[in-house]
Design a protein around this ligand. Structure first.
Ligand SMILES: [Zn+2]
Length: 254
């Protein structure tokens, strides 16, 4: 499934569906530049990198293309990514669930707050340090202790992502309920289940349930796009379509 003709067939399948379920994984992410910083400072630089990413970046263009392809059809998107770039492509916040969190947000043990103001202050302080000290764990720890604190309770802040200790699941649970409600309305509709760059990290969130949803809805098809892990369950027969491609190239080509 690599040439343009077949891509156009896939685009027709997506356009021909009545509802679209999207799953987005780690292959649908921009590559990060190498950053010469202490480990504790890296998430701040990463978060800033995403929020400053140019509209011309291939990932943003791919999201915009995908959004256009979905058009006015009812859709819901589940993303494992925490870069929030899906919204830059025009996807609506109330139709996306991000169970692994968001790097636009930070949290203490209790509150979830906007990351941008804290991130800016932290990075401004780090950039005042000389080159070597930017990699020095102790200097960075001092800055974080002073600045990365919750504006509500004053306790230490971390990024609001699943990889951080004490991740507050409450941040996405309402939206997860909305997702399940939406899913319950898809049965007996011609549903296109489009999985883009989802590997085996958290397979219980997208990969396995998407196969199950496709299996039970006889009118549905699963299109699984991944550069290495695109194989689909044999039970799906011809309704499981494997596309060996980078999901970004795929979206830019269909
Ligand atoms: Zn707090």
């Amino acid at each position: 499934m690599k040439n343009k003709m077949q891509y156009s067939e896939l685009a027709d399948k997506i356009r021909g569906a009545e509802m679209i379920l999207l799953g987005i994984g780690s292959e649908f992410r921009p590559g990060l530049p190498k950053m010469e910083l202490a480990d504790a400072a890296l998430p701040y630089a990463e978060s800033e990198y995403y929020s400053a990413l140019s509209d011309d970046d291939a990932v943003i263009c791919a999201y915009k293309r995908l959004r256009k392809l979905v058009g006015a059809k009812p859709y819901f998107a589940v993303t494992l990514n925490t870069d929030d770039l899906i919204y830059r492509g025009g996807f609506e916040r109330d139709l996306v669930v991000a169970p692994c969190g968001s790097m636009e947000k930070m949290q203490c043990k209790e509150h979830i707050v906007e990351a941008a103001p804290v991130r800016k202050k932290v990075l401004d302080e780090i950039r005042k340090l000389s080159g070597e000290r930017q990699k020095d764990q102790e200097s960075i720890a001092q800055i974080l202790e002073k600045i990365a604190v919750c504006p509500i309770c004053g306790k230490p802040l971390r990024f609001h992502t699943k990889s951080e200790e004490g991740y507050l699941e409450s941040g996405y649970l309402d939206q997860w309920q909305n997702y399940n409600r939406w899913l319950s309305c898809t049965l007996n509709w011609k549903l296109c289940v489009l999985e883009l760059g989802v590997g085996f990290e958290y397979p219980q969130v997208i990969r396995w349930p998407f196969e199950k949803i496709t299996y039970f809805n006889q009118k549905s098809e699963l299109i699984r796009v991944h550069s290495r892990l695109s194989q689909t369950a044999s039970e799906l027969g011809e309704r499981g379509i494997s596309v060996e491609s980078s999901p970004i190239d795929f979206c830019l080509s269909v």
